[in-house]
Design a protein. Structure first.
Length: 351
């Protein structure tokens, strides 16, 4: 069961599809941050249409794109747009808004945010119904109008009301009438400046009560992120099972470290009346060494190994899983991996 399925309040899931809003999140080679952002968003809004912009610039240097492709395979409301060319946050947002989104509202998110609580999208959207001149609401910053959003205002007449793309909701219809987000340190500045000139409102919302912003997490030293601090469940892509200690050093030589290892326990030999994921209670005479790992295996796939395997096995499995749209069984030259649910219900319960 996915983290989103067991942690989301039901009303958030029910309301997401009727809100006429799409989330958009550009990312560029920041896999761990992007995972935390996407998984935390889906934890509270699992049905919210979401466009992930894989802004890969001059080439792919990590497997963040594979993570996004896997989310698109397993999560119907998540779409991935792989974008080449200039690596610009603002330009990527503008192109996504114009070419890949058609809802009335846009929830703009940075890839270094973590959604800590649900229930912020609905009241923010409600504000648009109360104010006919409202253009954007969310992470508000008063910045310098004269200096195009760079630095604080010099005086009260120099204030630009700026809706930061960290976490803000924009009215797309109004957006399309204004200058686009652009390649700039404050990518929304010219857009927000013209909105202010035309008399549209940009207002604040207490986003910090709901969302953590790990500002600089992708480039600061030391890093400003501790993955375990935010209760976001990140599954390894594959759980390797082994009862051969000689396999472990070879597993740890994988070029992609998106896995965990479980050492199998002693043989189980007992008669169970189990309730599999399918919901049908079936008596089983379980006689194997897999049953004790039934709940311990958390990977998207589960793979039993013995001896040496290719160092690129994890990455090859990701590519094949995406190509086959999440096949229940994948054979990589004799090394067989199973989707976790399939493994739990069928393979783990074999006599």
């Amino acid at each position: 069961m996915s983290h989103a399925e067991w942690s989301v309040p039901a009303r958030f899931a029910a309301e997401a599809g009727a809100m006429n809003v799409t989330a958009v999140m550009p990312q560029s080679h920041t896999k761990r941050l992007t995972q935390l952002a996407i998984e935390s968003l889906l934890r509270f809004y699992p049905d919210l249409p979401t466009v992930c912009v894989d802004n890969i610039g001059n080439g792919e240097i990590d497997d963040s794109g594979l993570y996004l492709d896997w989310k698109a395979v397993t999560t119907p409301n998540v779409r991935v747009w792989r974008r080449y060319g200039i690596n610009s946050h603002g330009v990527a947002l503008d192109e996504a808004i114009r070419q890949h989104i058609n809802t009335k509202y846009i929830l703009v998110l940075d890839s270094d945010v973590i959604i800590e609580r649900g229930g912020f999208v609905e009241p923010m959207l409600a504000e648009f119904g109360r104010d006919s001149r409202l253009y954007a609401i969310g992470t508000y910053m008063p910045v310098s109008f004269e200096n195009d959003g760079c630095g604080g205002p010099h005086n009260p007449d120099d204030i630009l009301n700026y809706a930061h793309p960290q976490c803000s909701i924009y009215d797309r219809d109004i957006y399309l009438t204004l200058p686009p987000f652009c390649n700039h340190g404050a990518p929304c500045c010219y857009n927000n400046k013209e909105a202010q000139v035309q008399g549209y409102n940009v207002v604040s919302w207490p986003i910090d009560d709901y969302v953590s912003h790990l500002s600089g997490a992708s480039w600061t030293t030391p890093r400003t992120i501790w993955e375990s601090d935010h209760d976001v469940h990140l599954r390894p892509f594959v759980t390797f099972l082994t009862n051969d200690p000689y396999s472990v050093p070879y597993l740890q030589m994988q070029t992609d470290n998106d896995f965990d290892i479980i050492t199998l326990d002693a043989m189980t030999e007992n008669f169970f009346c189990v309730l599999p994921i399918s919901g049908k209670s079936t008596p089983k005479n379980v006689k194997n060494d897999l049953w004790p790992a039934f709940y311990r295996a958390t990977g998207e796939y589960v793979c039993r190994v013995s001896g040496k395997i290719d160092s690129g096995c994890v990455r090859a499995l990701k590519h094949e899983a995406i190509r086959t749209l999440g096949a229940d069984e994948i054979d990589l030259g004799g090394v067989v991996a199973y989707r976790r649910r399939y493994w739990q219900e069928y393979i783990c319960l074999k006599e």
